[in-house]
Write a protein that binds this ligand. Structure first.
Ligand SMILES: CCCCCCCCCCCCCCCCCCCC(=O)SCCNC(=O)CCNC(=O)[C@H](O)C(C)(C)COP(=O)(O)OP(=O)(O)OC[C@H]1O[C@@H](n2cnc3c(N)ncnc32)[C@H](O)[C@@H]1OP(=O)(O)O
Ligand SMILES: NC(=O)C1=CN([C@@H]2O[C@H](COP(=O)(O)OP(=O)(O)OC[C@H]3O[C@@H](n4cnc5c(N)ncnc54)[C@H](OP(=O)(O)O)[C@@H]3O)[C@@H](O)[C@H]2O)C=CC1
Length: 500
């Protein structure tokens, strides 16, 4: 039997952020590979008119959990949803629930966070720092607790170029930041945010760095570990706007490393870290980098190229324009692309919608896409080096069986296959498109190509007509071309054997 699965047998596990992208996959893997676990407590808040129970049912009925229900038919009995809002000062957990959590929990996986890059600093600190602190306080009152695993990000120190598996000190102590959030109003926080975050690109990465420090400060009393994944799969749904032809170029460095990591790799490492931290109790709290760049690098240029190759084979339906994946480091070129490739077509299209009595919508969509792209530019124009000694050490500690079941060896990853599957996944699951629609989608792209050629030819002719109306040189060139063509034509007609 797998050593890791055996460890989780009979354990009560607390997961925060279980309704999120990573949390769901973590929970699924736990149930599927460790069906002997006792219970998974999940801290959930009611959201969008759905109660906790409805949210849990939604997750269990999703496609992701289809296999789990076969392996672990009583899965619904093993999930215990606890009402909680991490934005509240006491996490809004009822007394009874708190009692149960304190007395039963064996392991905590803390995944909840705000992952918005541009969140207000107060909110980012509340969720990524203060809530983490509160959870650590809870953990310190759990007699059975064996490990507290904190999910951070490899970009929490993206202000550095080379990043080791250590917690770096923050310029301002988290405690001071937390205290200041209590008495400063939002407007003042807005004003001082750029100064506070310094060379971090956004409040997300900054607050995650503060969150790590808070965990590190408790590591003397608690058995903690930090997992730092880089760009986890779904962070970049950009192939969607690219495949539909909305986004046709980016300011990105083709040779910069695209440090992506599949979500199952992150989850496998996280579960292995949970086991190792609890069983081996390392003397000092360890940080694990879940990155791909130093073992199996992929580059933005290669991604753009592969994404485009997949769209050629399996295009998305009802594309707005033909997909393209231009990457440039030049700001002027990217501004030119924005004007010609992005803004001009949507303005024209919205004008057409207005003329035909419909509501214009493309300009708004383009604004959102370009805002998102501008937030990502920092990350697609730089490369980082993450050391992975702890992660590699952990891999060598695993039994061959665990290395297979909880595989986090990124060297085995084939990027071209991964990108192809990723794009196909977006087509199938996000856009809910059927493969049967591929021939029609290809026809549609052909039509778009013809419109593109026609439009460009018309534009060229208009420009040329305007030019010859104003310039003698252009007129002379035009006269020369026309008479040259006429002479060629007369010559071929004269020498043709089909002459009558
Ligand atoms: C043209 C050539 C292409 C070639 C292909 C090359 C691909 C290049 C990909 C580049 C990816 C680079 C990624 C680097 C990321 C570094 C990650 C750091 C590691 C982490 O820890 S990430 C943690 C995860 N965080 C995120 O993913 C959050 C990012 N999103 C935001 O912060 C906000 O959404 C944003 C961008 C500030 C926009 O805010 P706002 O304008 O308020 O809009 P909404 O949030 O409401 O979203 C609007 C709309 O966009 C969709 N959306 C949001 N995020 C993404 C995303 N990352 N990818 C794609 N789409 C996204 C969102 O679902 C909304 O759509 P609706 O349809 O629901 O309206
Ligand atoms: N996705 C990525 O690319 C990367 C993620 N990470 C880290 O991994 C972790 C998980 O990220 P990911 O799954 O992508 O994030 P998601 O945004 O998908 O999930 C966030 C989770 O946190 C929960 N949450 C947010 N606010 C509250 C609150 N006030 N009270 C209770 N729960 C709350 C959300 O619950 P609800 O459903 O109610 O909103 C959700 O379950 C984070 O710590 C992130 O920093 C690190 C690197 C990359």
């Amino acid at each position: 039997m797998s050593t890791i699965a055996a460890f989780y047998e009979g354990k009560s596990i607390l997961i925060t952020g279980a309704t999120g992208f990573l949390g769901k996959v973590l929970m699924e893997k736990l149930f599927r590979t460790c069906p002997g676990l006792k219970v998974i407590y999940i801290l959930v808040r009611p959201k969008a008119g759905h109660t906790l129970q409805q949210r849990v049912v939604q997750i269990l009925n999703s496609k992701l959990f289809e296999k789990v229900k076969e392996v672990c038919p009583n899965v619904h009995e093993k999930i215990r949803a606890i009402k909680s809002d991490l934005n509240h000062s006491d996490l809004a957990i009822s007394k009874e629930d708190m009692q149960e959590l304190l007395s039963c929990t064996d392991i905590i996986f803390h995944c909840a966070a705000t992952v918005r890059f541009d969140d207000h600093l107060r909110h980012a600190v509340q969720l990524n720092v203060i809530a983490t602190q509160k959870l650590l306080l809870m953990a310190s009152q759990m007699p059975k607790l064996k490990a507290f695993i904190h999910l951070s990000t490899a970009f929490s120190n993206c202000n550095l170029k080379h990043i080791d598996e250590v917690v770096y000190p923050c310029p301002v102590e988290p405690k001071k930041i937390i205290d200041s959030m209590e008495w400063l109003d939002d407007a003042i926080i807005d004003e001082i945010t750029p100064k506070l975050i310094g060379d971090w690109p956004n409040t997300y990465t900054y607050s995650k760095a503060l969150g790590e420090t808070v965990v590190h400060q408790e590591s003397g009393r608690l058995n903690t570990a930090i997992v730092r994944p880089s760009i986890v799969g779904a962070t970049w749904q950009e192939p969607f706007p690219t495949g539909k032809g909305f986004l046709r170029g980016l300011r990105a460095t083709p040779m910069a490393v695209a440090d992506m990591i599949p979500v199952d790799t992150v989850v496998n490492l996280t579960l292995a870290v949970g086991w190792y931290t609890a069983v081996h109790r390392p003397k000092s709290s360890l940080v694990y980098h879940c990155t791909s760049g130093n073992l199996n690098p992929c580059y933005w240029g290669k991604i753009g190229f592969q994404v485009l190759a997949v769209f050629e084979k399996v295009p998305f339906e009802k594309a707005f324009r033909r997909p393209n994946a231009g990457l440039t480091v030049n700001t002027i070129t990217s501004q030119y692309w924005n004007a010609i490739n992005h803004w001009a077509p949507v303005i024209l299209y919205d004008f057409y919608l207005r003329l035909t009595g419909r509501k214009p919508r493309m300009t708004k969509l383009m604004n959102r896409i370009l805002k998102m792209v501008s937030m990502l530019e920092y990350f697609i124009n730089r490369s980082w080096e993450w050391s992975t000694d702890n992660t590699e050490m952990l891999m060598s500690t695993l039994t061959p069986e665990d290395q297979r079941i909880f595989n986090f060896d990124v060297r085995q990853l084939n990027w071209l296959d991964y990108i192809e599957n990723y794009v196909l996944g977006i087509k199938k699951y996000l856009l809910k498109e059927d493969m049967a629609g591929v021939p029609e989608a290809k026809q549609h792209l052909k039509r778009l190509r013809n419109i593109h050629y026609l439009f460009n030819t018309a534009l060229f002719l208009i420009a040329w007509r305007l030019l010859i109306a104003r310039s003698q040189v252009a007129r002379n060139v035009w006269f020369f071309i026309v008479s040259f063509c006429y002479k060629c034509l007369s010559y071929f007609r004269a020498s043709s054997p089909l002459k009558v």
